[in-house]
Design a protein around this ligand. Structure first.
Ligand SMILES: Cc1cc2nc3c(=O)[nH]c(=O)nc-3n(C[C@H](O)[C@H](O)[C@H](O)COP(=O)(O)OP(=O)(O)OC[C@H]3O[C@@H](n4cnc5c(N)ncnc54)[C@H](O)[C@@H]3O)c2cc1C
Length: 427
């Protein structure tokens, strides 16, 4: 299992990063580029034998790696263009969700969902089907209505949801079909949320808790039976949780989901109303998200299998707890994007924030994967996993269609990486 090396996070800098945010992956690129125009990018892609785009470097595996040319789009103008007639926004690929959200909110608009951190680039997050939580809410990629990208031959093309039959295969594309320069997203009217943290949810109340609000996350350290924290993000006009809600107690001060980390890094809690983008993420832009010295894995399981899948991990609880900072459960709605972990199946997402100790974490990840295998787990593409490629192919009904698209769009393997070759073989 390749989980990189032991190295504390330094965070990706403003240039083309040498390492990912977590520090466990040193990009193997021979050359780094930060074009300032799309034409410069097109020439670079056309003339390169091996090229990958990197976003904000928040993935934990070698998906964004290349031995050739690593290109950051952070030097292109950070445009954000709202189309009020269509209720969409077209945003430059490298813009961070947090920056996009502030601009959208000022214009009276919102995104239905955000990840736990607003620090990630739009194109990088969409490419891996990054998600938040909400029983009726799709992942971030489901909002995409159009993509502008530089293809392997250096052409600049635009693909649209309403015009291209293969669009559902091109959105969650793992950087394998080209370098995305602009992304168009559906937007909704701006809204307000209140965030409450409740303590001590019994596992038996999981379904009720998930159904209780707009966006719900459950956190456990795998040391007890249930969930130490419930993060309930509810529409501002919904009634607050009543006393004794599902056997929980109210947190009386702000908390951080990772033990020992400062609550000041997190978005406002205690039911204070606030704009969607200051409540949907757990972590605040400008502050370290999560803990920093960590690895992450995440497995998307059929929503209905939640209780059984958790029970399957119970015998492993002590080993999980020994290398765990925190485990988060979320739900995500079904969609039709070929490589989305929610393709044709709503998810229970079981996320693990491990310690940064790669040697200690790797065997536990392998055992978690072995125990979840009966539930056809789909990995988060941007996190640490080592699932059997045949099992991954079997878990994605459109795997063969994506493979065909990939071979046609990039016959010379310009955008390929070892990780892509493993899960999407060339021949
Ligand atoms: C602290 C922390 C919290 C996280 N929380 C969540 C969460 O709540 N939910 C969740 O689902 N995930 C979460 N993640 C994972 C993260 O959202 C994904 O790994 C996401 O892909 C990171 O986006 P990025 O911009 O850093 O992309 P990178 O890691 O830089 O790249 C990811 C992929 O996108 C491709 N890519 C980047 N830019 C482009 C482009 N312009 N054109 C084509 N391809 C491109 C890269 O080649 C690569 O394959 C978290 C990660 C961290 C570190």
């Amino acid at each position: 299992m390749d989980v990189g090396e032991r190295k504390p996070a330094t965070g990706a800098g403003p240039g083309v990063p040498e390492r990912n945010w977590a520090g466990n992956i040193r990009y193997a690129a021979a050359r780094r580029h930060r074009p300032s125009t799309v034409d410069e990018l097109r020439r670079l892609v056309a003339g390169s034998a091996r090229v990958r785009a990197v976003g904000s470097g928040h993935s934990f595996n070698r998906l964004g790696d290349t031995t050739g040319d690593l290109v950051s789009l952070a030097g292109l103008p950070p445009t954000v263009e709202v189309d009020r007639e269509r209720a969409t926004v077209t945003v430059a690929a490298a813009v961070r969700y947090g920056d996009l959200a502030a601009r959208l909110h000022a214009a009276g608009y919102a995104l239905p969902t955000m990840a736990s951190l607003p620090h990630i680039s739009v194109a990088g997050a969409v490419a891996t089907a990054t998600h938040g939580s909400g029983a009726g809410i799709g992942n971030l990629a489901t909002a995409v209505t159009a993509l502008e990208l530089v293809t392997a031959d250096g052409e600049l093309v635009t693909v649209r949801r309403d015009a291209d039959a293969r669009f559902p295969g091109m959105v969650v594309a793992l950087g394998a079909l080209g370098v995305v320069t602009r992304v168009t997203l559906d937007v909704v009217p701006a809204f307000e949320l209140r965030q409450y943290v409740r303590l001590g949810l019994p596992r038996a109340a999981l379904d009720e808790a998930f159904a209780s609000a707009y966006s719900v996350s459950l956190f456990t350290d795998w040391r007890g039976d249930g969930f130490g924290q419930v993060w309930r993000k509810q529409l501002a006009d919904a009634p607050p949780p009543e006393d004794g809600w599902l056997g929980t107690t109210a947190a009386t001060a702000p908390v951080h989901p990772v033990p020992g980390m400062p609550a000041g890094n997190c978005t406002a809690q205690l039911g204070a109303p606030g704009p969607w983008h200051e409540r949907l993420p757990h972590f605040r832009l400008g502050f370290t998200p999560s803990s920093g010295d960590e690895l992450q894995s995440e497995y998307h399981l059929p929503r209905a299998a939640a209780a059984d899948a958790l029970a399957a991990l119970d015998p492993l609880a002590e080993r999980i707890a020994a290398v765990l900072q925190v485990c988060e459960l979320r739900t995500i709605a079904v969609d039709g994007l070929w490589l989305s972990p929610q393709y044709d199946r709503g998810s229970l997402a079981a996320h693990f924030t491990w310690t940064g100790d790669v040697d200690a974490v790797a065997p536990v990840v392998a055992e978690v994967e072995r125990r979840l295998a009966p539930y056809a787990p789909r990995p988060h593409w941007g996190k640490v996993f080592a699932l059997d490629p045949a099992a991954v192919a079997a878990a994605y009904p459109r795997h063969a269609d994506f493979l065909a698209l990939l071979r046609e769009a990039d016959p010379a393997g310009k955008f390929r990486t070892d990780l892509l070759d493993r899960y999407f073989p060339r021949a």
